[in-house]
Design a protein around this ligand. Sequence first.
Ligand code: SF4
Ligand code: SF4
Length: 132
Amino acid sequence: MIVPLLKGLKITLSHLFQKPITLQYPDEKPQVSPNFRGLHALKVSHDRAKCVACYLCPTVCPAKCITVEAGEDQNHDKYAERYEIDMLRCIFCGYCVEACPVDALKMTGEFELANYKREDFVFIKERLLEKR
Ligand code: SF4
Ligand code: SF4
């Protein structure tokens, strides 16, 4: 009877002096891996999104949560006039990033995506532009 009790006490005491593996979230934020697949970001080059509205990412997306509408600038270059991702449907597979032929899309370490209204989970182009 006393031996199991002492064994249990020994385990408890040994854990008292170990570094905790839990974090006091949200006061302490975790360091996510560089490969973490969080919120997407549209990369920016020369003050505009690199996206050329080729439609590959909405085509490859298994959750069908990307909406792209192409526009044409004064040089007849295509750009994404509308680019939206519905994060409620996204499964964070990363296929969209892999498919992009111009490396215009990336996934960031942003994981705090909780919100109150369904419409707030739709990230429009302005919200997705890469922060510098
Ligand atoms: S990560 Fe996957 S599910 Fe999410 S938008 Fe990209 S392709 Fe679609
Ligand atoms: S695959 Fe890249 S360039 Fe094509 S629409 Fe998606 S983000 Fe834009």
